[in-house]
Design a protein around this ligand. Structure first.
Ligand code: NDP
Length: 315
C-alpha cells in the first residue's frame, strides 16, 4: 500500500476523551493526529444542554462544548481530520490503523477513544424526536423533566438506576420492561419497587411516540397471555432508552482484551491496554460511569501515558 503516514501519537475518536487526549498530547509536543470518526464530537452532540460539565455554571450545549474542546486541541497543534478507523494491526509496533479503508497510519502510540453507542429500539420516532423528548442518558437530560411524567425502557441495572435518578426529579416514572421480570441486581430492584413514583410496566413494548412539538406520549403494547395483546397510549414528556450500550471496539478485538460486551480492559486506574503503547480512554473502556468529565479525565491520563511511553522508548 502506497499511502502510509507515520505519526507519534494517533488518537481515534472525537468525544471528550479524544479531544482531551489531543490537548494534552499537543501540549507535550507529540504532534497528535486525531481522526474524528462518523459522529464528530461524539455522543454529546446528540444531547441538548450540558449542565454537569465543570466550569459552565450557566450550562453549555453539547455541540458548543465539543466545538470548544476541538478548538482547544487545535490551538496546541493537534491535527484533527475527518475520517473513520476501519481496521487495525496492533500485532507489533509501529501500529497500523487503516482510515476509511484506504489510508494507513503507522503510529508509535495509539489512543482509542471511540466511545460507545447507546442502543435504540430502532423506531422511526426515536430519530424524529431525538433531542425533543428522546434521550439515552438520564444523567444528562433528566433535569429537563422536573415535575413531568417520563418513561424509561429496559429492565437492567442501567434502566433501574436511570428510573431512580429520574424519580428524584420527575413526577412519575414508568419503567417499560419487555419481560415479566427485571434483570437488574436485587438490591436495585428493591429500590425501584419501593419508590412510589416508579410504576413498572412488565411485558410491555414501546412501538411508537406521538406529539406535535416534542414527545407527548408513547404507543405501548401489553402482552396478555400467549396470543393476546392490548395496545394503548400513555402520555409522557420524556422517553429514555436504557437497553444497553455497544462499545465501539470491534476493529481492535483481535489484539486487545475486552469484557464479554466488548469494553476494552485496561490496567485498573490507568488507560493501559494489554498492548504496550496502546491506550483506551472514555466510554469504550468504561461500562460504569460513562460521563463526559470522566471520559475527559481518562483522555488526559492516556496522553500522559503515551508521552511517558515514547520517552521511555526514545521515540
Ligand atoms: P443489560 O444488558 O444488563 O440490560 C439491558 C436491558 O434492556 C434488559 O432488561 C433487556 O431486556 C432490555 N432490552 C434490550 N434490548 C431491548 C429491546 N429491544 N426492547 C426492550 N428491552 C430491551 O444492560 P445495562 O446497560 O443495564 O447494564 C450493562 C452492564 O453494566 C450490566 O452488566 C450491568 O450489571 C452493569 N451495570 C452495573 C451498574 C451498577 O452495578 N451500579 C449500573 C449500570 C450497569 P431482557 O432482560 O429482556 O433482555
Amino acid at each position: 500500500m502506497s499511502d502510509i503516514e507515520k505519526v507519534r501519537c494517533l488518537i481515534i475518536g472525537s468525544g471528550p476523551a479524544g479531544y482531551t487526549a489531543a490537548i494534552y498530547a499537543g501540549r507535550a509536543n507529540l504532534s497528535p493526529v486525531l481522526y474524528e470518526g462518523l459522529q464528530p464530537g461524539g455522543q454529546l452532540t446528540t444531547t441538548t444542554d450540558v449542565e454537569n460539565f465543570p466550569g459552565y455554571p450557566q450550562s453549555i450545549t453539547g455541540t458548543e462544548l465539543m466545538e470548544d474542546l476541538k478548538k482547544q486541541a487545535e490551538r496546541f497543534g493537534a491535527d484533527i481530520r475527518f475520517g473513520m478507523a476501519t481496521a487495525s494491526d496492533l500485532s507489533k509496533a509501529p501500529y497500523k490503523i487503516t482510515i476509511d479503508e484506504k489510508k494507513v497510519i503507522e503510529a508509535d502510540t495509539v489512543i482509542i477513544s471511540t466511545g460507545a453507542t447507546a442502543k435504540y429500539l430502532g423506531l422511526e420516532d426515536e430519530k424524529k424526536y431525538q433531542g425533543m423528548g428522546v434521550s439515552a442518558c438520564a444523567t444528562c437530560d433528566g433535569f429537563f423533566y422536573r415535575n413531568k411524567e417520563v418513561a424509561v425502557v429496559g429492565g437492567g441495572d442501567t434502566a433501574c438506576e436511570e428510573a431512580l435518578f429520574l424519580a428524584s426529579l420527575a413526577s412519575k416514572v414508568y419503567l417499560v420492561v419487555r419481560k415479566d421480570y427485571l434483570r437488574a441486581s436485587k438490591i436495585i430492584q428493591e429500590r425501584v419497587f419501593k419508590n412510589d413514583k416508579i410504576e413498572v410496566l412488565f411485558e410491555h413494548n414501546a412501538i411508537g411516540l406521538y406529539g406535535d412539538d416534542g414527545v407527548e406520549g408513547v404507543h405501548l403494547v401489553k402482552r396478555k397471555g400467549e396470543a393476546d395483546e392490548e395496545k394503548y397510549d400513555l402520555p409522557i414528556s420524556g422517553f429514555f432508552l436504557a437497553i444497553g450500550h455497544t462499545p465501539n471496539s470491534d476493529i481492535f478485538k483481535p489484539y486487545l482484551k475486552t469484557d464479554d460486551v466488548g469494553y476494552i480492559l485496561t490496567e485498573p486506574g490507568t488507560p493501559k491496554t494489554n498492548v504496550p503503547g496502546v491506550f483506551a480512554a472514555g466510554d469504550v473502556a468504561d461500562p460504569i460511569y460513562r460521563q463526559a468529565v470522566t471520559a475527559a479525565g481518562s483522555g488526559c491520563k492516556a496522553a500522559i501515558e503515551a508521552e511517558r511511553y515514547l520517552s521511555e522508548k526514545g521515540l
